[in-house]
Design a binder for this molecule. Structure first.
Ligand SMILES: Cc1cc2nc3c(=O)[nH]c(=O)nc-3n(C[C@H](O)[C@H](O)[C@H](O)COP(=O)(O)O)c2cc1C
Length: 333
C-alpha cells in the first residue's frame, strides 16, 4: 500500500514519513535504514566533527542504500559558529539532493542549494516562520509542534492547533513534526492538513539507531510526562529527558541563574556520554513527549511498514465504518 501525498511526490520518496536531523543520532546506519524502508532520512551534518567527516558519512550512507536521503543543516546562533559554508559546500559536492534546514533563517543558504538542484525542507516552530520560509522559496515545510524533542520555540502551541493553522497559510508540501510515533499520528496529521510526518524520538528508539540500548530502554519505559523544558528563561527552550541533571538545570534557572551557572551541567560531552555509555543520568539528552507512546524497539522497516499498514486500516476501516449514509427518504403515494 502506498499513501501518495504532495510530500512524497515533491521529495521522491515512497512513504510520507521523514526522520529529521538528530544530533549524535542521525548517522549513516539509521538514515540508510529509513531510506531502504521508503522514508526520508537525514544525516545530521553537525554530528560530524568536520566537513570532511560529513563527506565520509554521506559516502558511508551511499554504501548502505541506493534510495534518496538528505542532510540536516541546523543553523543555531553560536559564539563560535561551525563553518556552515564548508558543510554546505560538502553537501553540494557530494551530490545530495535534499536538505533539511532548521534553527534559523534558511535564506542565506537557499541560492547555493537551489543553484545545485537541491530541494530544501525547512523545519520551524511557528506559522509566521513557516510563511516567511515559503516566501523565501523553500520547497517544503516541516512544522514542529510544542510536543517535540529539541527546540519547540517559545510560543508553546501544540500540533493540534499549529498544524491546521499552518495548513491555512502554506501551499507548498508540509509535513507535521513533534509527537508522532504511530499510524494514528500519521492519519491525524493528514486530517489536520499536513502531507506527512517527521519523527525524531520514534526513530531514536529503533534497532538501527546507534545510541546505547539503555537509552532506548529508557524511552520504552518512560511516559509522556518524562521530559523537562530547559532554558525557558533564556528564550532558547529545549525539551529534554527528565533526569537529575535536567531537573537541576531547571531549578537553577528558576532561581534566577544564568547560562554560566548551568554551562557545565549542559555540556555536550556529558550528553554524548549518555548516548555512548548508556548512563542516562550523565547529562542532558534530547527526547520528546511521544516517549509515552513508544513500547518497543523495531527495525526501521518494521516501524515504517507498520505505520503505513495501520494508517490504511484506520482510514478505510475504522474511520470508513463510521460513515453511515442517510436512509433514502420514503416516498409516499
Ligand atoms: C536526540 C535528538 C536530537 C535532535 N537534534 C536535532 C538537531 O540537531 N537539529 C534539528 O533540526 N533537530 C533536532 N532534533 C529534532 C528532530 O529532528 C525532530 O524535529 C523532533 O524530534 C520531532 O519531535 P519528536 O521527537 O516528537 O518526533 C533532535 C531530536 C532528538 C530526539
Amino acid at each position: 500500500m502506498a499513501l501518495v501525498t504532495k510530500f512524497t511526490e515533491a521529495f521522491g520518496v515512497e512513504h510520507p514519513i521523514a526522520q529529521g536531523g538528530m544530533q549524535w543520532v542521525g548517522r549513516a546506519e539509521l538514515v540508510a535504514a529509513v531510506a531502504n524502508a521508503g522514508g526520508l532520512g537525514f544525516i545530521t551534518a553537525l554530528t560530524q566533527p568536520t566537513p570532511a567527516d560529513l563527506a565520509n558519512e554521506i559516502a558511508r550512507t551511499r554504501d548502505l542504500t541506493d534510495k534518496p536521503f538528505g542532510v540536516n543543516l541546523t543553523i543555531l546562533p553560536s559564539i563560535n559558529p561551525p563553518p556552515y559554508d564548508e558543510y554546505r559546500q560538502v553537501i553540494v559536492d557530494s551530490g545530495i539532493k535534499i536538505v533539511e534546514t532548521a534553527g534559523s533563517n534558511p535564506g542565506p543558504h537557499l541560492p547555493m542549494f537551489h543553484d545545485n538542484g537541491i530541494k530544501v525542507l525547512h523545519k520551524c516552530t511557528s506559522v509566521r516562520h513557516a510563511v516567511k520560509a515559503q516566501t523565501l522559496g523553500v520547497d517544503g515545510i516541516s512544522i514542529d509542534g510544542f510536543e517535540c524533542a529539541g527546540h519547540p520555540g517559545e510560543d508553546d502551541v501544540p500540533g493540534l492547533v499549529l498544524i491546521p493553522a499552518a495548513a491555512k497559510e502554506i501551499e507548498i508540501p508540509m509535513i507535521a513534526s513533534g509527537g508522532f510515533g504511530d499510524a494514528r499520528g500519521l492519519v491525524a496529521a493528514l486530517a489536520l492538513g499536513a502531507d506527512g510526518i517527521n519523527m525524531g524520538t520514534r526513530f531514536m528508539c529503533t534497532v538501527e539507531s546507534c545510541i546505547h540500548d539503555n537509552v532506548k530502554q529508557a524511552i520504552v519505559d518512560g511516559n509522556e510526562r518524562g521530559t523537562e523544558l530547559i532554558f525557558r528563561s533564556l528564550h532558547n527552550t529545549a525539551r529534554v529527558a527528565s533526569n537529575k541533571v535536567s531537573r537541576e538545570v531547571v531549578q537553577i534557572l528558576k532561581d534566577g541563574g544564568q547560562f554560566e551557572d548551568v554551562k557545565d551541567l549542559v555540556a555536550g560531552v556529558r550528553g554524548r556520554k549518555v548516548f555512548d555509555d548508556g548512563d542516562i543520568d550523565a547529562g542532558i539528552w534530547t527526547v520528546g513527549t511521544v516517549m509515552g507512546l513508544i513500547d518497543d524497539i523495531p527495525t526501521c522497516d518494521e516501524l515504517i511498514s507498520r505505520i503505513v499498514d495501520e494508517a490504511e486500516d484506520i482510514i478505510t476501516a475504522r474511520l470508513g465504518d463510521m460513515i453511515k449514509l442517510d436512509e433514502p427518504e420514503q416516498v409516499t403515494a
